[in-house]
Design a protein around this ligand. Structure first.
Ligand SMILES: *Cc1c(COP(=O)(O)O)cnc(C)c1O
Length: 356
């Protein structure tokens, strides 16, 4: 039995995005949000759903000063029969707890989190956009609230879930992206927080993203923090390569985020009999394989885009073009299968879907 969630419905519904119009990521929020508090000695208390709106918090709240904050990202999809799918939500909440562990934030029962997510999504289900490849983005997050300026773990926290209708990631069809290999800055090091979705990781990554944009590249490919030689990941995506017909991805080493789309892609490829290698992949190997035409595909995986093919990779003075700037067959198969199951068009033979 889960603790009951007190629901206070809005009396002034927010205006919904107009169907058919472009729906930018992360700009519209639904009528309600989920909130729960942690108080040392009492645990997680007072789970509730309230109208979406500003919250009151002390300026001394520890999150503002020492960054004890973690988040997750998942989506709800509307099927043609009107039902609503979540994609492997239990994995998001298991990962949230891994992030919590690293930042000394108390655990939250993942089953209760899935239940809270379903309750909130169900209440605001009219906000789920119904267009092709549109979805409702779900943002759970936890942050420290003690009004205190000493450095130590907070003894109070808030856990919240927000919902944001979001448009198709590829309104004009899948276009491969151009990626810049970062040589100066690093995202994470082993022993650090790279494997968690903690807010500070993203703050630290902005400067390289800014630099990449200035040179006409969309995203940054990060190399390892020690030798700056091995590929880690891209922005908020894990990386895959097809070399001599083998699907290769950097092994999870503590500094890479263990993506749920990554895991799904590996499981899917293996189930179809493809050889998959999780190992160290150096940037030199990728550049050499690109030159010898042995690198037939490169793509990123993440909840936002599912699959993002990479058409161009720039490292120092080398620029390689991959698969003539087109999506390749492995990326397309993974994209079609995952989005097909998410939207209910394909049978869920792998048990990925949780119905709201
Ligand atoms: C969220 C994220 C990913 C992708 O994870 P998914 O679970 O597949 O969405 C990859 N890398 C980073 C740094 C991320 O924040």
């Amino acid at each position: 039995m889960f603790p009951s969630i007190k629901i206070t419905k809005t009396t002034s519904p927010r205006s919904k995005p107009v169907p058919g119009q472009a729906l930018p990521f992360g700009k519209h929020f639904t009528d309600h949000m989920f909130v729960m508090d942690y108080v040392e000695g009492q645990g997680w208390i007072n789970p509730r759903i309230e109208p979406y709106g500003p919250i009151s918090i002390e300026p001394t709240a520890m999150v503002f000063h020492y960054g004890q904050a973690v988040f997750e990202g998942l989506k709800a999809y509307r099927c043609s029969d009107g039902s609503v799918n979540l994609f492997r939500p239990e994995l998001n909440y298991e990962r949230l707890n891994e992030s919590d562990n690293r930042l000394v934030i108390p655990h939250i029962d993942p089953d209760f989190c899935v239940h809270a997510t379903k309750t909130l999504v169900d209440l605001d289900k009219d906000w789920i956009p119904t267009g092709e490849c549109e979805s409702l983005y779900i943002r759970p997050f936890v942050f420290a609230t003690d009004p205190y300026l000493g450095v130590r773990p907070s003894s109070t926290y808030k856990f919240m879930i927000l919902l944001s209708p979001s448009g198709a990631y590829y309104p004009q069809g899948i276009n491969p992206i151009k990626i810049y290999v970062e040589e100066t800055y690093v995202r994470a090091v082993r022993g650090g927080t790279g494997y968690t979705k903690c807010a500070g990781n993203y703050a630290a990554s902005l400067i390289a993203q800014h630099k990449a944009h200035e040179s006409g590249y969309v995203q940054v490919l990060w190399l390892d923090g020690i030798e700056q030689k091995y590929i880690e990941e891209v922005g908020s995506m894990n990386m895959f390569f097809v070399i001599d017909g083998v699907l290769v991805t950097p092994a999870l080493n503590g500094s890479i985020l263990p993506g749920i789309t990554r895991r799904t892609c590996i499981e899917l490829a293996k189930s179809l009999g493809m050889e998959v290698q999780e190992r160290q992949v150096s940037i030199d190997e990728i550049i050499a394989a690109g030159r010898d035409n042995r690198l037939t595909e490169a793509f990123g995986t993440g909840t936002a885009a599912v699959i993002s093919p990479v058409g161009e990779l720039k490292y120092k003075d080398d620029v390689i073009i991959i698969n003539n700037n087109l999506i390749g067959p492995v990326a397309k198969m993974v994209y079609d299968t995952i989005t097909g199951v998410q939207s209910g068009k394909l049978e869920d033979q792998y048990g990925w879907v949780t119905k709201v």
